[in-house]
Design a protein around this ligand. Structure first.
Ligand SMILES: NC(=O)c1ccc[n+]([C@@H]2O[C@H](COP(=O)([O-])OP(=O)(O)OC[C@H]3O[C@@H](n4cnc5c(N)ncnc54)[C@H](O)[C@@H]3O)[C@@H](O)[C@H]2O)c1
Length: 347
């Protein structure tokens, strides 16, 4: 007996929506059944292209079209509101990163999903890059021995026109800056691979773009294991994206996953052989942009979880961890002090 596809409704038909639509269409486990955007032309464009009903209100869409899950691809500060509407309507929530830009609203979203008995998935597709999966396995197998140092570097380029495309970009109310938006995957990766983080010190700056939040910043991490880490982020690289990398240096191993979006194994050296070493040649990919190929891989996990055969790759609690670190970075940049994680004052 064939299983009926999982019906997805999409909220937010902007730039990243295309990655969701193409991932959903590629996977037979899903069907896209409706979309909505507060800007009618955007909803209409996807609705007409996909032959599905389109709306300008999430509530109306959910009232009129039966669905199993709702994908949230609206401005970051609105994710909790849209996710809570979906959860209260009994739908699973697939939420773009970051899940929220305050911890209290992230907690409200987690609670709403728990209360409704629905899953909350936070899209962290970079974790699923083949090179990152190999690195995670190496960490989990203890191949580094003691980890001494970890670094994430995001040297990307976002011109003023990118920020001017939408009024929410770079604002404190709906977005945040380079750490909260563009580099949030890298903050997530470093804490997922080497964390938990014990404390953070940071400096941020708005050096060139006309936005409220930062276009550049540096964070120094102390991990609970004793290892040290740095995160260097800028959106001002001339003339284009140069690097999106993670490096881990340990007692018995050194790895750098680089390229422009952690898509290439640039260095892989371990004292002891493991069969995974054979996979490094095939683990590098050439994605069309820094968003990578991962949305499709992410949705495969969503399907398996909803079908009851797997656990979520990143649920709301996992998504909250990197949000807390980003907010710690912001607090340190603001106060000039070292900030312990978990944060004392929940923001
Ligand atoms: N996973 C990734 O790698 C990745 C990449 C890019 C963006 N994102 C995330 O996706 C989200 C959207 O980013 P984007 O670049 O697509 O932004 P965007 O501005 O291009 O798209 C957001 C859309 O939401 C719509 N919207 C705003 N308020 C709405 C409402 N109340 N109801 C319905 N629709 C509403 C806007 O009209 C717009 O079309 C952000 O949170 C961003 O951080 C994730």
């Amino acid at each position: 007996m064939s299983v009926p596809p999982i019906r997805i409704a999409l909220v937010g038909c902007g730039r990243i929506a295309g990655n969701h639509v193409s991932a959903i269409k590629k996977l037979p486990e899903f069907s896209l059944v409706a979309c909505c955007d507060s800007v009618a032309d955007r909803a209409r464009a996807i609705g007409e292209a996909e032959g599905i009903p389109w709306f300008t209100s999430e509530e109306r869409m959910l009232a009129e079209v039966p669905c199993d899950a709702v994908t949230i691809a609206t401005p970051s500060g609105l994710h909790p509101k849209h996710g809570i509407i979906a959860a209260k309507a009994g739908r699973h929530v697939i939420c773009e990163k970051p899940m929220a830009i305050t911890l209290s609203s992230a907690d409200d979203l987690v609670t709403a999903c728990d209360d409704a008995g629905v899953h909350l998935f936070v899209v962290k597709q970079n974790r699923l890059n083949p090179s990152i999966q190999l690195l995670k396995r190496a960490v989990d197998k203890g191949r580094f021995g003691r980890i001494y140092m970890a670094n994430a570097t995001v040297r990307w380029s976002r011109p003023q026109e990118y920020y001017d495309q939408a009024p929410w970009r770079g604002t404190w109310e709906f977005d945040g800056g380079a750490f909260m938006n563009q580099a949030s995957h890298y903050v997530d990766l470093i804490q997922w691979l080497v964390g938990p983080v014990e404390s953070v010190m940071a400096r941020t700056a708005t050096l060139a773009r006309k936005i409220e939040a930062e276009d550049s910043g540096i964070a120094i991490l102390k991990f609970r294991s004793g290892a040290l880490g740095t995160i260097e982020v800028t959106m001002l690289t001339y003339p284009r994206n140069l690097e999106g990398s993670i490096t881990i240096l340990g007692e018995k191993g050194s790895v750098k996953i680089g390229g422009t979006a952690v898509n290439k194994v640039e260095h892989w050296a371990f004292a002891d052989y493991d069969d995974d070493d054979k996979a490094i040649e095939t683990a590098s990919t050439s994605p069309p942009n820094v968003y990578g190929f991962g949305h499709e891989a992410y949705y495969k996990n969503v399907a398996q979880v909803i079908q009851g055969v797997s656990r979520p790759d990143t649920d709301g609690r996992a998504g909250r961890k990197s949000l807390e670190l980003i907010l710690g970075i912001y607090e340190s940049a603001k106060t000039g002090r070292e900030v312990p994680i978990p944060l004392k004052v929940q923001q």
